[in-house]
Design a protein around this ligand. Sequence first.
Ligand SMILES: *Cc1c(COP(=O)(O)O)cnc(C)c1O
Length: 373
Amino acid sequence: MKVDFYGRFVGENEKKYVEDCLQSDLMSPQGYGKRAKEAAARALHSTEVLLTPSCTAALELAFKTIGLAQGQEVIMPSFNFPSAANAVINAGGKPIFCDIEGETQNISIQDLENKITDRTRAIVPIHYGGVAADMEKILAIAKKNKLLVVEDGAQGIGAFWNKIPLGTVGDMGAISFHATKNITCGEGGLLWTRQEFLDRANIHRMHGTNRHNFLNGECDRYTWNMWGSSYIPSEISCALLLSQLENLDRVTRHRVKIAQAYTSVLEKGEKEGKFCLMKIPDYAQYNGHIYYLRFENGKTRDRVMDNLRGQGIESKSHYFPLHSSPMGQSLGYKPSDLKESALCFETLLRLPIHCQMEENSAREVAQHILKML
Ligand SMILES: *Cc1c(COP(=O)(O)O)cnc(C)c1O
């Protein structure tokens, strides 16, 4: 049995849109950039959406838009990809790493509260695997301490917190369309922002100019107004993305079915204490981005991973905690600082979940795991 870890969804319209796009001048304001943006706006139930070349670029744009004073702190989980931490450093601030909850691998509310100081400016929750973080508590803490909430919703397209699309719950949010994500245009992303920040984000995104007003016919010429860069995806990427966004519901449904197939078999193993299944709290509507198990120790996890590999089934661990990376240590952290993050790196196992596999392969993989433990 061979099961790949990744399997990209391919829609009916990708080729058609790209070929059509190639007939254009690749810069029309009425082109695929506009259509993909409208499709993204529908998925996020909000028009305050800016397409970007990646989620990393969107996070950079978010922190440039907020503007961090030298040394201002932004709290985020250590169990994450480096994008948000880099974005904070690029904007002149300091990333502060906190631990995660062992049940969801999302930000630990207690540790978050412990890390707030008078220099804290913002919180970056991530929604690990497409399962919403506990936004009710995070928003309450933010309100009480007058902090901004910037969601690293990289994995969150098609998922919700209390029926609100992930990435649009806080003040700003970033989503990824990288090739490893549920829907993709190779490299791509978006920034959602509350109305209050939208104009500034638009200006930074287009070279520090008010070109967005010009393109909307609101003025005759545009000028350089403040710092900016280029955070604009190409028309070709947008053509691909449009077709993918049109299929978002289908992709999400398929992935959630795969997850349910795993759980239907693996529940038995959890009851027998062989591992813990991922937990999806009631407030979270999951998009099937990641399916994972956590084992009691690293030795068992590695044994399962090796055994699966021997069968042709690819599974993976996840993030080496940022705080114990060389960069994290140069920021002053010790590997022993955040225990759950370190343990998660050793004991978490991600199983294949994608649109190129069917429920029966998930059940077979699951049965194989039960057999070997
Ligand atoms: C994928 C991912 C990113 C990076 O997204 P890009 O679009 O590749 O820049 C950042 N954060 C998290 C949590 C991710 O999963």
